[in-house]
Write a protein that binds this ligand. Sequence first.
Ligand code: NAD
Length: 508
Amino acid sequence: MLDFNVMSGAESDAPLEPVVTRHFIDGNFVDSADGSTTERVSPSHGVVVSRSARGGEAETEAAIAAARAAFDDGRWSRTSGKARATVLLRVADLIEKNVERFARIETLESGKPISQSRGEVGGAADLWRYAASLARTSHGDSHNSLGEDILGVVLKEPIGVVSMITPWNFPFWILSQKLPFALAAGCTCVVKPSEFTPSTTAMLADLLIEAGLPAGVCNIVLGYGQPVGSLMSSHPDVDMVTFTGSTAVGKLISETAADTLKKVALELGGKNPQVIFPDADIESAADAVTFGVYFNVGQCCNSSSRIIVHEDIADDFVARVVELSKKVVFGDPMNPDTQVGAIVTPEHNAKIDASVKAAVEAGAEVVLGGGPLDVPGLGNQFYQPTVIRGVTPDMAIARDEVFGPVLSVLTFREFEEAVRITNDATYGLSAGVWSENTHTCLDFARRAHAGTVWTNTWMDGFPEIAFGGMRQSGQGREIGRYGFEEFLGVKSLVMRIGRTREPWVNAS
Ligand code: NAD
């Protein structure tokens, strides 16, 4: 008798033939010069799902050179916003036509449920459409009050060649938080997806060609952090690097980029709290906490991996979350009814388990789950929904990103204490607050050190709303107008009208 709601793999349809992908450089699909390839084994189905070219220095250099040439000759950077928007809108339409094909491979490479992949790939089209709107409406400032003989204009220009390095947890979505915005700004790009999930990024190249993006404007190199990502971060011909991934690699990228002082934008990890006050709508809060911790099997920068719940309601609240946790459908990601899929690698599954075991050793109590999950027909690269009580703010499980379906429960008595525990963190990505009193919510929202604060909801996001972190959760913003502006440089133009300037040199 299983304690959890598990979808077995009996009905699954694993792939027959692996997807084969190559680099996309200057408009051409190419293999690696040395012929290297990487295979991705599906975390849920244990079979090879894709075989991709594994890039080296030669491919990275070629991709950067193509992006540099395309930027400098103005084939994209000097086109009108209307022309750029037209291409981006076509890409959005093509994404929508290909949702099923992309979602299937996204699920098999990442282990996430197929319904979620469909939502992410289909939803990404809206990011491309929103970016298209920015391409047409972007403008700088004019200063017409500097005196009758002076006109000042502040121009916004594309920043140049942008390196984009993305993670495996939301491969197509995170790509779409970056690429259309950079293209809308007029930048040219070199993209490297995670070595675990290269296929949907590589498959986008076909859509870019069909949409009419000129060759060389977007180049894709497949491969690992070394040497590809590292060279993309250090290369003098790259003007900016935008990275989403772990805080440890983000720091390495900052160091690597420092030598050329290129702009660096980082979207990193989080240890995101939801704070539940006694007057909260408990049923809604419990559902949002359950969603927040298990969505993408907790492998989510926005995972609400810790809750800070008022002592008076803690027992009832945790009991409700445990009850709901047992109803969440874990298991075969290819089944449309599954809500939570597989863990990305066996090593990561072991790391999650080690974090849970360490919490128990530190004195915390596992009240649900606490070990790998066996899914009939698919093996045990899954993890049980796990709830841990008796967590104190000093424990590693309260501070470190576990990146698995593991909820840490902390408690508080006073508002000030809730704020203190929230802000006692190295991260500052997002936070949530649950109370029927809007004053409590607003007071908390203004004092939380987090790039996003949700009040009486969790993880609602929109292309219009900027996203990013404080502290070691990152720097810079993505999406929204602020995310778009990251890809723009500012140039000031000061113009004198007539010959009114006083000579500096007394020439007489
Ligand atoms: P990761 O840092 O291991 O890898 C991310 C990317 O960096 C991959 O493409 C990888 O090949 C590349 N890389 C590795 N070493 C590199 C190097 N030295 N130089 C350049 N590139 C290098 O992260 P991951 O395991 O793929 O993703 C999980 C992490 O991402 C988590 O910490 C999570 O919180 C974070 N994340 C953050 C956000 C956000 O928006 N804040 C979103 C999703 C994921």
